[in-house]
Structure formats: structure tokens, C-alpha cells
Design a protein around this ligand. Structure first.
Ligand code: ADP
Length: 344
């Protein structure tokens, strides 16, 4: 078997999302054959996304049928050189946004980050909600960042997540009343002067709405895609629409819609009550032709988990934990789809 034979074989590996084989989709970068070993570099950019793991497994299987051991590596090409990049060590930036407050955006950001880390990825969680930074409490982070000699900040870690939050700098209780230029300055420092290291995903918890933080982030950081969190109600959906427009203006892809507080699982009677309606998020996603990432029920354990600093996604026995795990996988799969589409 030589390189051409290997490429030929890889034409039998279908992309589970894009409906073509990985060679036609230009997802095979380089192939070298060295005796019994085939070194294959694949253009896969969403580490631990189940569909990308599936592609890699399939490549190994197909080559094994020809007696080859596959040594796989992953690399996606982008247009920028390393020096030009903001956050050069970060593969994917996922912004979690909502039109209004109180819909569970921070809860989703924290559980998404912890869920990705649980899958095995290297994850950072950046609490950019400068007006109400509550992420440290939600993961029980009591350590503060350390400063290095050259005045960089080393983010503390919790559940394997590297954390940065305005709460570390100003305290959770101080209401921060800042104007645009201040917001811009502090946020910029939080990604330029922090030693994030190598990350597969950075999850950014944005403040609600469409203000200065969103503008700064979208103008300065290469955001891979946004997750828009909404409740099923019509009002919340109207606000979500404004979020969509904002990301559209900045050419930032939307990874999909996450519906929170979809239904209430009553711990006493066992039945489900649709307090805020049902299916609004899925309908909204459908109407705007974007992925629906999943729905999270109202579950008192979500709130107590947040208050106690134990993200429920880490609770193996919880059904609501399952809902968050599905959401996490869908987000990762959609990051993968965006990256793989860009290869052609
Ligand atoms: P946002 O970031 O949109 O302002 P939060 O994530 O801070 O919203 O959530 C607001 C409150 O609702 C918090 O007390 C949180 O614990 C609670 N909460 C969020 N999602 C759920 C849920 N699915 N079930 C129960 N409580 C929830």
C-alpha cells in the first residue's frame, strides 16, 4: 500500500454530518506510509466531539482491514499565522449568549465547559459577564489567579477547567458600572495577559443582550461560534432574535439554539409540567435554519448544583445531567461541522 492506495481507501469513510467522503471533503491533509504504519493527518478541529471520534475510528478500521496501523493526527488550517492570532493556543472559542438575563446562560456555560472537560478536552471558562460575574461561585473556585514575574495571570483550575472571571478582579459583590472604553480595556487584558496555554475549547459566558462586551469580543477574538440560550417563551425568543442579528452582523456563526427550563419534572408527582411552554426553542431553530442543541428541564438540582459549586453535568446518575451531556456533545459536533466545512 502506498499513499495513493491509502487515500483511495479513505474514500470509503463518510462524514456523518456533511454527507460526503472525507477525501472529497478535503479532510485528509497528509498521508505517509512507513512499513505497516500509515501516518494520516486529518483536518479535524473539534477534539472529543463524538462525530469526529467516529471518523477517526472509521479511518483506523478501514486501514486495519488492509493490515495497516493508523497513526492519526489532527490539524485544521486557518488563514492567520501564529503571531497574528489572538489566543494562539486556543483551538475553538465558543460564546454563550442570551437575549435577556435569568434564562440560565451562565448555568449552560458552566455545564458545557465542565461537560467538554469530562469528555477529555482541555477547556477554559472565561466569565465575561462583567456586570454579574458569578461563574466562580458556580464551580466553587476559591483560589484566585496568580501573577507571574512578567505580570501575566495564571488562571486557577477547578474540575480541570482554567477559569478567569471579573469576579477575581473586582469581587462578586461589587456592582461594576463601567463605560465602553473601560470594558474594552479590561476584557482585552483578560485574554491577552492570561496564560491560557493550549486549549481545545474556551467557553465564554457573555453578559445578556447586545452590549459593549459582545462588541469587544466579536471585534477582537476569533469566535468559532455562538450558542444562544433561550427559554421556550415567546418574549425570550424575541430577544434571542436580536442576538442572532448581532452575530450575523459580525459574521460569527451560530452553533445553535439551547432551550433551558423546557419542562418541569415534578419530584413529587413524577409528571412533567410545561411552565414556560414547550418546543419554542426547537421551532425557533427550525425557522432560522440552525441546529437545535437540546433542551434542559427545570430541575431544582440544577440550582442547588450551581449554588454548591457542583455542575450537574458531572453527576452520572442525574437525568438532567444526561440532558447537559447531550447538549455538550451536540455543541462539540457542531463546532466540528463548522471547522470541517471551512476546509473546502
Ligand atoms: P443567566 O446567566 O441567564 O442570568 P443563570 O444561569 O444565572 O442565568 O440562572 C438563573 C437562575 O436560575 C440561577 O439561580 C440558576 O441556578 C437557575 N437555573 C438555571 N437553569 C435552571 C434549570 N434548568 N433548572 C432549575 N434552575 C435553573
Amino acid at each position: 500500500m502506498d499513499e495513493a492506495d491509502v487515500r483511495d481507501r479513505l474514500r470509503t469513510v463518510e462524514d456523518p454530518d456533511l454527507g460526503e467522503d472525507i477525501v472529497s471533503l478535503e479532510l485528509v491533509n497528509d498521508v505517509t506510509v512507513d512499513g505497516e504504519t500509515a501516518h494520516v493527518s486529518l483536518a479535524l478541529g473539534a477534539p472529543y466531539a463524538p462525530h469526529e471520534t467516529q471518523i477517526a475510528d472509521r479511518v483506523r478500521e478501514v486501514l486495519a482491514e488492509d493490515g495497516l496501523d493508523a497513526e492519526l493526527s489532527a490539524r485544521v488550517d486557518d488563514d492567520l499565522s501564529h503571531d497574528e492570532q489572538v489566543l494562539p493556543g486556543v483551538k475553538n472559542v465558543i460564546a454563550v449568549a442570551s437575549g435577556k438575563g435569568g434564562v440560565g446562560k451562565s448555568t449552560i456555560a458552566v455545564n458545557l465547559a465542565a461537560g467538554l472537560s469530562k469528555l477529555g478536552a482541555r477547556v477554559g471558562l472565561f466569565d465575561a459577564d462583567i456586570y454579574g460575574p458569578n461563574v466562580p461561585r458556580m464551580v466553587a473556585a476559591d483560589e484566585h489567579p496568580r501573577a507571574t514575574e512578567d505580570e501575566k495571570l495564571v488562571p486557577p483550575e477547578q474540575f480541570g477547567l482554567k477559569l478567569m472571571s471579573m469576579a477575581f478582579l473586582v469581587g462578586e459583590d461589587d456592582p461594576v458600572i463601567w463605560r465602553g472604553p473601560m470594558v474594552h480595556k479590561v476584557l482585552t487584558q483578560l485574554w491577552e495577559d492570561v496564560e491560557w496555554g493550549q486549549l481545545d475549547y474556551m467557553v465564554v459566558d457573555l453578559p445578556p443582550g447586545t452590549g459593549d462586551t459582545q462588541l469587544t469580543l466579536l471585534q477582537s477574538v476569533p469566535v468559532t461560534g455562538a450558542v444562544i440560550v433561550t427559554t421556550p417563551q415567546e418574549v425570550a425568543l424575541d430577544d434571542a432574535r436580536k442576538g442572532l442579528e448581532m452575530f450575523g452582523k459580525h459574521d460569527t456563526p451560530v452553533l445553535g439554539i439551547a432551550e433551558n427550563m423546557s419542562t418541569f419534572r415534578c419530584p413529587d408527582c413524577g409528571s412533567e409540567h410545561d411552565i414556560f411552554g414547550r418546543g419554542g426553542g426547537a421551532k425557533f431553530a427550525d425557522e432560522h435554519d440552525m441546529p437545535f442543541l437540546g433542551s434542559i428541564p427545570i430541575d431544582p438540582a440544577v440550582r442547588t448544583g450551581s449554588d454548591d459549586g457542583q455542575p450537574i453535568v458531572l453527576d452520572e446518575d442525574s437525568e438532567t445531567g444526561d440532558a447537559f451531556r447531550i447538549l455538550t456533545e451536540n455543541v462539540a459536533n457542531n463546532v466540528g461541522i463548522l471547522n470541517r466545512r471551512k476546509q473546502r
